[in-house]
Design a protein around this ligand. Structure first.
Ligand code: SF4
Ligand code: SF4
Length: 462
């Protein structure tokens, strides 16, 4: 028996047997804990998952929205994925990049990479999620590290990519050490499904088909000191209740073993891509269930970022932001070279996007919804990662940096990428938002920093 995480189906099924056995008093106790931002354990979560009472669900949605506002102060972090390679030796049945799909595979050349990053910078992005299929021969870690180095070294007039989160396949201790040394932001790895039999049926071949190796990847990563890890489940592969409980048990395991759990949780759900039909997945979740999933996670882990991709409609994205999502991608392309059209090759998407609005349209939309679009990357550059981040979050101090940093990055965005009318709109928006900062000292510092930006300084953050 090692110390790595493992999943017991029997245990999770026994938790799920509570269905319809939980009474109102128990649910109210759990909700009271959630309201105090205390987070929930897997027993609490099982209790919430067991209720079909609409009155309970309305309370859960309301608390989820309140938690998000209390912790993050209405900011929504905006980022973009950057696909550097679509070569993959795995056959994941739900993915357009799977090895059996026949199309011309490619990796960005360094020149193409620079064109992609240039295009992303011109959209205003500061935070990327670097994505690559798994192919040790055509896309080795050396290549990935070269890309990271190159991106961090690129500087534009005022812009630069300031944080690179990395989403690559499960790997060895040695490789995680090298990723850590490359100063990546969050290491993201989706478990896809925690249910072993389902996992094996949708991961037909390739290294990713090894369930245990994949499941224990965060144990290896965190042993090397990579303490910002981001999990994800592809909802729709198996019963969502099973997945939520397994995900939360995984989080509890990391907290117990390393003192800190997931920094982020991504919530994709099955969408069509080349060779993928969502109708083939009987566990696909509808909109209302998806909203419940997000809300339960927000109650369970109030300080963990919840990330939503452009796989959802604008309306659904709005609903899910209100239910607890705190980071969204914007202007995304899920093919290699998609931002700059750097090569005249036809490319294949990993999955189809639905919210295809330009980054600027998403920024305006968020502001119209009373939300602060944020390009902030401050925490990891201030050394606020892992348990140091959680300490700040759990004491409620994160709110004193999240909203201010969101406002500062929005101002920077308006100055560098907007016209006069947009600048005026942003100034009015910021002035209204400043009133929401209850700490007068922080408010005065934000006002002073806004002036620094006006005077030409950049990258000013708390
Ligand atoms: Fe490859 Fe990842 Fe797609 Fe699986 S999900 S086929 S590992 S790119
Ligand atoms: Fe994220 Fe930290 Fe910036 Fe808040 S202050 S948006 S937690 S990087």
């Amino acid at each position: 028996m090692d110390n790595n995480f493992s999943v017991s189906n029997e245990y999770i099924y026994s938790l799920l047997e509570q269905e319809n056995k939980t009474d109102d008093t128990q649910i109210e106790e759990v909700l009271a804990r959630a309201e105090r931002l205390a987070g929930l354990n897997h027993h609490d979560i099982a209790a919430l998952l067991s209720t079909n009472n609409d009155k309970h669900w309305q309370r859960i949605f309301q608390i989820a929205g309140d938690i998000k506002r209390k912790v993050y102060g209405d900011r929504v972090v905006v980022f973009a994925p950057l696909y550097i390679s679509d070569s993959c030796v795995n056959n994941c049945t739900y993915c357009g990049f799977r090895a059996d799909n026949k199309f011309m595979r490619r990796q960005l050349t360094m020149d193409e990479l620079r064109q992609e990053v240039r295009a992303l910078e011109q959209m205003g992005h500061k935070r990327l999620a670097l994505e690559a299929g798994e192919d040790p021969e055509n896309c080795p870690l050396d290549y990935i590290l070269d890309c990271i180095r190159e991106i961090y070294e690129m500087k534009f007039n005022n812009g630069a990519i300031r944080r690179i989160n990395v989403n690559i396949g499960a790997t060895s201790l040695e490789d995680y050490k090298r990723l850590k040394a490359a100063e990546i932001g969050t290491y993201i790895l989706f478990q896809e499904t925690y249910h072993k039999e389902t996992y094996e049926s949708v991961h037909i071949s390739g290294p990713k088909s090894d369930y245990t190796y994949h499941l224990t990847a965060f144990d290896r990563a965190m042993q090397t000191g990579l303490d910002d890890v981001g999990a994800g489940v592809l909802f729709g592969l198996y019963d969502y209740k099973f997945e939520i409980l397994a995900l939360m048990l995984h989080n509890e395991h990391l907290e117990q073993r390393f003192g800190v759990g997931f920094h982020t949780i991504s919530v994709p759900r099955i969408r069509e891509a080349v060779g993928v039909k969502s109708t083939e997945f009987p566990y696909a979740v509808n909109d209302e269930t998806f909203r419940k999933i997000v809300a339960i996670l927000r109650l369970a882990v109030p300080y963990t970022g919840i990330i939503l991709s452009t796989r959802e409609t604008p309306q659904m994205r709005k609903t899910l932001i209100n239910a607890g999502v705190s980071q969204i991608s914007a202007g995304s392309r899920t093919d290699v070279g998609g931002y700059s059209k750097s090569a005249n090759l036809s490319t294949t998407e990993q999955f189809s996007t639905i919210d295809n609005r330009a980054t600027n349209d998403i920024i305006c939309w968020l502001m119209n919804e009373g939300l602060v679009p944020s390009f902030c990357t401050a925490c990891y550059r201030k050394g606020r990662t892992g348990d140091r981040f959680m300490e700040l979050a759990k004491t409620g101090k994160i709110r004193n940096v999240c909203l201010p940093n969101g406002l500062l990055t929005l101002k920077e965005y308006a100055l560098d990428y907007g016209n006069e009318a947009f600048g005026a709109q942003v100034d009015e928006f910021i002035s209204n938002m400043l009133n929401k900062l209850d700490n007068e000292q922080v408010r005065q510092r934000v006002i002073a920093n806004l002036q620094l930006l006006e005077n030409g300084e950049r990258d000013v953050f708390f």
